[in-house]
Design a protein around this ligand. Structure first.
Ligand code: CS2
Ligand code: MG
Length: 402
């Protein structure tokens, strides 16, 4: 079997997505997500200009060799653009391999390790009262785990909190918006919020919170300590993670479990974090961390160090990425949690897929391959629109951590 064609599909059914579709001489096709929020066209060009020409004529069955060829052959290793492009190829090749075998990809990864994939939803709101309502709504929908975020009183536009009752969309403006940040106001508010949520919902619901990289290690340590009475499942992205050693300080001061990794693109980004057991959950994703092949390598490394998976699953990861993530989630031994922000009906229509939510779990498709496709005609009806994540500034105007 040979690869005969590969093309990049850019579409914006409410938000931007980049997809790679690979075709073969035997008519079997595969799809991979290549979406890098706010930098979409860089990955599209990387694929079209520098990767697609190298794929034509290759044997699609050689997944590992193709991964190594694109990673080592580029000379310029790692980085989100490169690794998202490699991820798209890798994901599409796993899709093809599954279709050729007549099996869902998780069967090729060793088969099921669990009945369903426990997911967490987002409860967010302008006030603590709104958030309590949202947590109740998620619990009533069957969610066993909920991420809790509220607008920080006195600050306009807290990241991760939608306006009104609208679903929250991370990239919300044609040019980056700006919001104000105050660590003092934030640290004073969050423990109160969790005290209320835990008191209202009891000990069984898993509760999570995302700091979005806004603190320093010692501030994060103080927050982790203050949240200990409310037994969070994880505190996410407490600090920017370029300095992996910074997590030692957090670890030395709190027993609140730590999750990190949604901006990671390589196993080297978490070598110290995992190797020294400085974190509890690794949140890298199929699309940004080199595809199924590389993410599985990260998860295997994590399994040796008591670290579980907690993959990123925001709306800027397409249903193709979610389909692939679920195949991994259901098969690996050290699965923890999977983030689940449902896509809009328009996005679901462009990417018809077979995964489904039931009773707090997502279930992967049982179709051969990944069980997802892209409707190219429909995709063409939604042209690309620039959209960016906001930036945060301190109250005096200083550009803040992200
Ligand atoms: C968030 C995301 O889902 C999460 O955990 O941190 O909103 C994230 O900021 C976006 O996916 C960035 O593209
Ligand atoms: Mg996050």
């Amino acid at each position: 079997m040979r690869i005969t064609d590969a093309r990049v599909i850019v579409t914006c059914p409410g938000r931007n997505f980049v997809t790679l579709k690979i075709e073969t001489d035997e008519g079997v096709t595969g799809v991979g997500d290549a979406t890098l929020n706010g930098r979409e066209l860089a990955v599209a060009a990387y694929l079209t200009e520098h990767v697609v020409p190298l794929l034509i004529g290759r044997d699609p069955a050689r997944i590992e060799d193709t991964w190594q060829y694109l990673y080592k052959g580029a000379y310029w290793r790692r980085g989100p653009v490169t690794m998202s492009a490699i991820a798209a190829v890798d994901t599409a090749l796993w899709d093809i391999k599954g279709k050729v075998a007549g099996l869902p990809v998780y069967q090729l990864l060793g088969g099921r390790s669990r009945e369903g994939v426990t997911v967490y939803g987002h409860a967010n709101g302008e006030t603590a009262d709104d958030v309590l309502e949202e947590v109740a709504r998620h619990r009533d929908q069957g969610f066993r785990a909920v991420r809790v975020q509220a607008a920080v009183p006195g600050l306009t536009g807290t990241y991760g909190v939608s306006k009104g009752k609208l679903p929250y969309e991370p990239a919300d403006a044609a040019l980056p918006g700006e919001s104000a940040w105050s660590t003092e106001r934030y640290l004073n508010f969050v423990p109160e919020l969790f005290a209320r949520v835990r008191a209202e919902f009891g000990p069984d619901l898993k509760l999570l919170h995302d700091v979005h990289h806004r603190l320093t290690p010692i501030e994060a340590a103080r927050l982790g300590l203050a949240l200990e009475p409310y037994a969070l499942t994880w505190l996410e992205d407490p600090v920017p993670a370029e300095l992996q050693e910074g997590f030692r300080l957090i670890r030395n001061h709190t027993r609140t479990p730590i999750a990190v990794g949604e901006v990671f693109n390589s196993i080297w980004d978490c070598q110290t974090l995992i190797g020294e057991q400085l974190i509890d959950y690794i949140r890298a994703s199929v699309v940004h961390a080199g595809g199924i092949t590389h993410l599985r390598r990260i998860f295997d490394f994590a399994a040796l160090h008591h670290v579980r998976s907690g993959s990123h699953g925001a709306t800027d990861l397409s249903p193709i990425c979610m389909s692939a993530a679920l195949q991994l989630d259901v098969s690996i031994p050290n699965f923890g949690l999977q983030e689940y922000m449902p896509h809009t009906p328009e996005t679901d229509a462009v990417f018809p897929h077979g995964y489904r939510f039931e009773d707090g779990y997502l279930h992967p498709s049982e179709e051969p391959g990944l069980g997802v496709d892209v409707d190219e005609e429909l995709a063409a009806a939604y042209p690309y629109r620039p959209a960016y994540l906001p930036v945060a500034r301190l109250e005096d105007g200083t550009l803040h951590s992200w």
